[in-house]
Design a protein around this ligand. Structure first.
Ligand SMILES: Cc1ncc(COP(=O)(O)O)c(C=O)c1O
Length: 311
């Protein structure tokens, strides 16, 4: 028997909030056939002290969705504030008392054969799911360099969260898992530099400085990446250098960690079996992590504008 509290119960689909069991698409849908969709991943965190859920940087996620939709020429017929309102309504109806993940999905909903961006119906749906850890955060994880490179901007732009481009991520993640690793680090399309993880950004600590690949090294311009840069600068006085990273710089790093909405802040213990630092969670990684987990639950007043309460 299904539990009474099973989530999700609802979805925003074709203009209204309906039971998720009724939110179905036609098998001919262009987005399903050709991967023609732009999506977002947003987290809502449950603060057990005040009993509220807080959506983290919701407006920034929807801003990115709008910017990226221009790449695929998807027209979203709602404003950012309307989408925020719908999201909060959905979350209120679900009544989560746990962390969850929100998936807005703007897509080519038309049924015509042939991959093209224009002259086809478009729509957006949103649903939510409970989500705990996507990657380990307490213990360092073991990663490899993927044998599969990242996509390039002039092929399938990684800067946009295009659904079709996640085939690239799936291949990388699966190869890593099948070989006994927890995650993959991916090189740029030309194989010359480090890009990011299969679905998360990467930071390296060297001599107490943070270094992360620039937005032109085939990465998604992560919102968590931006959060980390800001916390490091404003709260720890640690600056971040955005520059290309060589593969072997990873092997000689003091600390390494992934970050992302799903990944949160996940420490890396080994890369290609080389131990990073002393193999434990790095000092700077730990401080950033502790601050991040307080911040996203609206426990730091200064950043409360990033945390929208569900009420
Ligand atoms: C490929 C990729 N890189 C990086 C990230 C991290 O981005 P954000 O921090 O905005 O979630 C994601 C999404 O989670 C992603 O899919």
């Amino acid at each position: 028997m299904k539990s009474k509290n099973e989530h999700p119960k609802y979805a925003f689909f074709q203009g209204s909030i309906i039971p998720i069991s009724k939110a179905k698409i036609d098998i001919r849908t262009s987005a399903l056939q050709y991967g023609l969709a732009i999506f977002e991943g947003i987290r809502s965190y449950y603060n057990e002290e005040d009993n509220y859920c807080y959506v983290f940087r919701m407006e920034d996620h929807y801003k990115r969705l709008f910017k990226n939709s221009n790449i695929l020429m998807i027209k979203i017929n709602y404003s950012i504030s309307e989408l925020c309102k719908i999201t909060l309504e959905l979350l209120k109806k679900e009544d989560y008392k746990e962390d969850c993940y929100i998936r807005p999905f703007a897509y080519n909903s038309g049924l015509k054969i042939g991959p093209k961006l224009t002259g086809i119906e478009q729509d957006i749906f949103i649903y939510t799911i409970p989500l705990g850890k996507y990657l380990e955060t307490d213990k360092p994880i073991n990663v490899c360099i993927s044998s599969w490179n990242r996509l390039s901007d002039n092929c399938l732009p990684p800067r946009a969260k295009i659904s079709g481009s996640y085939v690239n991520s799936a291949i990388q993640k699966t190869e890593a898992l099948l070989n006994g690793y927890d995650e993959a680090i991916v090189l740029t399309n030309d194989g010359q530099h480090v890009s990011e993880g299969s679905a998360m950004n990467l930071f390296m600590v060297k001599d107490k400085v943070l270094i992360t690949p620039p937005v032109t090294d085939d990465i998604l311009e992560g919102i968590t990446r931006d959060t980390v840069i800001k916390i490091a600068q404003n709260e720890l006085g640690i600056k971040t250098i955005e520059r290309s990273i060589d593969r072997t710089e990873l092997y000689t790093a003091d600390e390494l960690f992934f970050c992302g909405t799903g990944a949160q802040i996940s420490p890396i213990g080994t890369v290609d079996k080389r131990i990073i630092g002393d193999g434990n969670v790095g000092e700077i990684t730990k401080v950033l992590q502790d601050y991040y987990f307080k911040l996203v639950k609206n426990k730091i007043q200064k950043y409360s504008s990033w945390c929208t309460p569900v009420k």
